[in-house]
Design a binder for this molecule. Structure first.
Ligand code: NGO
Length: 526
């Protein structure tokens, strides 16, 4: 009986492999990605808006060139170079980048009138003569390139299936946050995160630069912040900080990949590193010790002191100057040591400073109860048990026109353990297994916050318990891929059953990139 069942299983698997090979055209080799269970376009993650499979596809090989069109198109050229750079290693092909658009190969086409693709979307058309990527913006072409890459095997040459993909994002903001304050991480390490996220069309990188345990960005007007305040971390390690050049380098690197950096200077709480660096920032004029524990809510800027606002203005001014993106995050969470009236007065002034420096405020959702400035964006980090009144304050701010970024802590906090066996991580918002991180609808998550008020989603990685790049990856992957799909794919194509297969299909790509991801037993990894 058992033998019979096994034979039957083998036959079924063989049948699936054969039908899949047929669907992929004559050039596909058995064993190519995606795994046998999925037809080629079905493995795409995030799932695209629409797909039409048609006829044979384009075989990518040693003769394949990337054509970046006629005319000036310097940025298109740059996108072409970047895509070539991403694919050369895995494909082992030379992939030269040339001008013009006639001839076989991969053609990048900027068309400002392209329909149905929005600012970041694209159309991908594949036939034996080549693949044409069309978008209204270079960002759209870049995203199209990521889709194309997923249609090829994780390693080696292969055939792009014939057909058309039409695609555009559901939400404008699809973000990741990393806390480099609790444990210090270098710009190079953060760049690697960018590399790991852009294949999934993530477009925002929020860097939590300051907290009680460390100040991580050099500020010319207040040099001790980084030099002294950056000199430790949770657990008492040596910490560190980024020079302005290093930060600018990260911003440029991310920007070239269409990822906007959103810097956060947390205030009026979470400021012990600053208070320890400058006695004059303290109400009593005495600097506290540096802090290497993990408590929150014990520090506050001195709201009644004018010097505090000079500090805020000078620091935010320098950060704004280094940051081309429109957002500046000023924290505003867990100000438990700042009386409510002081908090409001302080946040009013801090928000005005951000505006004067030409940026739009982002703050954690506690600001919603205390008077967000016009246009300010609120980042919601509550959970299922968050008080109704707190949620209602976010809803009424949303109804008054404040866009909301959703980071529900019981869904998207990457520092929450997957389950009891996860070594790093916290549990205050509960366990967040891969399915829980994915199976919810950002367009209908908070009562009174309609989809139109949702700017997007972001998954924060807090690092009280995350001290190494390996643990960081383990906590972020694969949950970040779920965020990417929630942020990009139409509501109608979401669903755990399909998603877990798409996710499994990404396994070999994560392996090829050397990502240390959690091989959740709920996902049918091949
Ligand atoms: C909270 C807190 C952070 C912690 C994090 C840990 C926010 C917005 N403030 O989230 O300081 O690091 O939880 O999960």
């Amino acid at each position: 009986m058992r033998v019979l069942r096994r034979t039957l299983g083998t036959l079924l698997a063989l049948g699936a492999a054969l039908s899949c090979t047929a669907a992929r055209g004559d050039d596909a080799r058995p064993g190519d990605d995606p795994p046998a269970a999925l037809a080629p376009f079905e493995g795409l993650l995030p799932a695209p808006v629409s797909v039409r499979a048609a006829g044979p596809g384009y075989a990518v090989g040693p003769g394949t060139v990337i054509r970046t069109g006629a005319g000036p198109g310097e940025e298109v050229r740059r996108v072409g170079e970047l895509l070539a750079e991403q694919w050369r290693g895995p494909s082992g092909l030379p992939l030269p980048v040339v001008g013009g658009s006639d001839g076989d190969g991969i053609r990048l086409r900027l068309d400002e009138e392209a329909e149905g693709v929005g600012d970041e979307g694209y159309r991908l058309e594949s036939a034996p003569g080549g693949v044409t990527l069309t978008a209204r913006t270079p960002a759209g072409l870049f995203h199209a390139g990521q889709t194309l890459r997923q249609l090829l095997p994780a390693a080696g040459p292969g055939t792009v299936p014939g057909g058309t993909v039409e695609d555009r994002p559901r939400f404008a903001y699809r973000g990741a946050m990393v806390d480099v304050a609790r444990h210090f991480f270098t710009v190079e390490q953060v760049k690697r995160y960018v590399d790991q996220l852009v294949p999934y069309k993530v477009n925002a990188l929020h860097v939590h630069l300051t907290d009680d345990q460390g100040w991580r960005l050099a500020v010319d007007s207040w040099p001790r912040l980084a030099e002294y305040g950056g000199g430790t971390e949770v657990g008492g390690g040596p910490g560190g900080y980024w020079t302005k050049e290093q930060y600018a380098d990260l911003v440029a690197y991310a920007g070239e990949r269409y990822v906007d950096v959103v810097p956060e200077i947390d205030m009026p709480g979470h400021v012990n590193a600053a208070l320890a660096s400058y006695a004059e920032l303290n109400c009593d004029g005495r600097a506290p010790e540096r802090y290497t524990g993990t408590k929150v809510g014990f520090s506050s800027l001195c709201v009644g002191k004018e010097r505090t606002y000079e500090f805020v203005d000078e620091v935010l001014g320098e950060v704004a100057e280094l940051t081309p993106g429109r957002y500046l995050h000023i924290g505003g969470d867990e100000a438990h040591s700042t009386p409510a009236a002081d908090y409001e007065a302080f946040m009013d002034r801090a928000q005005a400073v951000v505006g004067r420096h030409g940026k739009t405020v982002v703050a954690w959702h506690q600001l919603s109860a205390a008077g967000p400035a016009e246009g300010a964006v609120l980042q919601y980090w509550g959970h299922d048990r968050t008080a109704a009144a707190e949620k209602a304050a976010v809803a009424s701010a949303a109804q008054a026109g404040h866009p909301v970024i959703l980071s529900p802590s019981d869904r998207l906090y990457l520092d929450m353990k997957y389950d009891a066996a996860t070594k790093p991580g916290l549990t205050w918002a509960g366990y967040v297994p891969v399915e829980r991180a994915y199976s919810w609808d950002p367009g209908a998550h908070l009562a009174g916050v309609p989809e139109s008020a949702v700017l997007g989603v972001e998954a924060p990685l807090w690092t009280e318990t995350v001290a190494t790049r390996a643990d960081w990856e383990f906590m972020a992957f694969p949950r970040m891929l779920g965020l990417a799909e929630l942020g990009w794919s139409p509501a109608g194509s979401l669903g755990w059953d399909g998603y877990r297969k798409r996710l499994a299909a990404q396994g070999p790509r994560l392996d090829a990139q050397g990502v240390n991801y959690h091989r959740s037993p709920d996902v049918p990894w091949s």
